[in-house]
Write a protein that binds this ligand. Structure first.
Ligand SMILES: [Zn+2]
Length: 363
C-alpha cells in the first residue's frame, strides 16, 4: 500500500522503499537515507538491447549498496550490464555509489558541465574550507554558536560516506545537448535552483528525469550558499518555466514516487515559493527597529518543524534564498553590522503580484 505521509516524517514508513518495475525496461530502485527524506531513487532504463542507463547513485552507505544489489537482482540486471551512468546533481544522496558502480561497469558518468567541479571541490579538496565558509555564513545570519559548531562536523561525516569515481570517468554535457544511447535520445536541460548545475533529462519517449528539481508532495530545498549562484530562487523559477510545458508522460523524481502531471506540480511549487516570499515580506513589514536576521525568519517560518541541526541549516539557507530574491526585487534591504546581517522591508505595504489560483501547496 502506498501512502504519502509527508509532514510527519519519522512517523509512518511509506512503502516507497521497494524496487519496482514501472514499465517494460524501466526500474526504480530506492535506497535508504538516514535522514528525513528516507530514501533516494536510482533508476534503470533500457535504452537498447544491451544498453542499461542508471540515473543517480544514492548516498554510499553500506545499506545503499545492499539495497542497490537486491534491487538489481529483482530486476535481473547485473552491474556489469550498465553502459551509461547519469548524475542529476552533486548532492551527496545522488552521487555516493557512483564510484563502485563505475568501477564494476566501466560505464562513463554524465553530468551537466560545472556540476562535476562542485562535486570534487565541495566533497574533495575544498571540503574543509567550505565547512569554514558555511559556518561563517550561518553565524552572520544569526545561527546560535553551538549549531554553527555542529555544522562544521557535517561535511566531514558526509565525505567519509561518499564513494566517488575518478575524475577521468566524468563526461560533461552542455545545456540543450542531445545524448544518444542505444535507440533513445535524451535532451539535457539545465535546471538551476536546487543545485547550480542541476540536470534534468527528457527522453524521446516522453519520460522526464526530474532529479530533485521537481518532487511530488515535498518541495525541493532551494538554498543560498556562499560558494553558489547569487539568486538561486530566481534561478529556480526560471528552471520551473523551462520544464513546465514538456509533454511528459511520466515524471521520475529523485525522491518519493514517480507521477504524472508535470505542469500542475510546477504550478504548485511556484505558488509555494511565491506564498513563502509574501509571508517573509509580511514578517519584515512588522516594524522592528533592528530588522530581522535570516535565522529569525527561519524560526518564524518553520518553528517546531526544525528538529535536527540539518533541518536548521536547510531552513536557514532557504530563508536566505528568499531574502536575497526579495532584495534583488527591491522589496527588502540588507544591513550588516559587526558581522551580523539583518534584513528590513523597504515599504510596509508592498503588494506582490497576485497568485495564480491553484490548489494545495506542499511542504
Ligand atoms: Zn538534491
Amino acid at each position: 500500500v502506498r501512502q504519502q505521509s509527508d509532514g510527519n516524517s519519522g512517523q509512518a514508513f511509506i512503502d516507497e522503499g521497494e524496487p519496482e518495475q514501472l514499465e517494460e525496461g524501466l526500474w526504480r530502485i530506492p535506497v535508504p537515507l538516514p535522514f528525513a527524506l528516507r530514501s533516494a531513487n536510482i533508476y534503470l532504463l533500457a535504452d537498447g538491447p544491451s544498453d542499461w542507463t542508471l540515473v543517480d547513485a544514492g548516498l554510499g552507505l553500506p545499506a545503499d549498496e545492499t539495497a542497490l544489489h537486491s534491487g538489481l537482482a529483482t530486476a535481473g540486471i547485473e552491474l556489469e550490464q550498465i553502459t551509461t551512468i547519469i548524475l542529476t546533481h552533486a548532492h551527496p544522496d545522488h552521487i555516493g555509489l557512483s564510484g563502485p558502480i563505475h568501477a564494476a561497469s566501466g560505464a562513463p558518468i554524465y553530468m551537466l558541465s560545472g556540476e562535476e567541479r562542485t562535486m570534487y571541490s565541495v566533497w574533495g579538496e575544498r571540503a574543509q574550507a567550505i565547512a569554514g565558509e558555511l559556518g561563517a555564513m550561518y553565524a552572520a545570519h544569526g545561527m546560535e554558536p553551538e549549531q554553527v559548531a555542529s555544522s562544521r562536523q557535517s561535511p566531514t561525516r558526509t565525505r567519509a560516506i561518499l564513494q566517488l569515481p575518478p575524475p577521468s570517468s566524468i563526461v560533461t554535457l552542455e545545456d540543450g545537448a542531445e545524448l544518444s544511447i542505444g535507440k533513445r535520445v535524451y535532451q539535457a536541460i539545465w535546471t538551476p535552483g536546487h543545485s547550480d548545475r542541476h540536470l534534468c533529462l527528457f527522453r524521446d519517449d516522453q519520460l522526464f528525469i526530474a532529479g530533485d528539481h521537481i518532487l511530488p508532495s515535498i518541495t525541493p530545498n532551494i538554498g543560498w550558499y556562499p560558494h553558489g549562484r547569487s539568486d538561486p530562487l530566481r534561478d529556480y523559477f526560471w528552471g520551473l518555466e523551462r520544464v513546465r510545458d514538456l509533454p511528459a508522460r511520466l515524471v521520475l523524481p529523485g525522491h518519493r514516487l514517480p507521477f504524472v502531471g508535470l505542469a500542475e506540480r510546477v504550478d504548485e511549487l511556484r505558488l509555494h515559493h511565491q506564498e513563502r516570499s509574501r509571508r517573509i515580506e509580511a514578517l519584515l513589514s512588522e516594524a522592528l527597529p533592528g530588522g530581522r536576521s535570516a535565522a529569525g525568519i527561519a524560526a518564524l517560518l518553520f518553528g517546531k518543524r526544525l528538529r535536527t541541526s540539518d533541518d536548521l541549516r536547510f531552513a536557514l539557507a532557504e530563508s536566505i534564498a528568499h531574502l536575497e530574491y526579495l532584495r534583488a526585487e527591491g522589496q527588502v534591504v540588507r544591513d550588516e553590522q559587526d558581522g551580523r546581517i539583518c534584513y528590513f522591508a523597504v515599504s510596509p505595504a508592498v503588494s506582490a503580484p497576485g497568485p495564480r489560483t491553484h490548489g494545495g501547496s506542499a511542504e
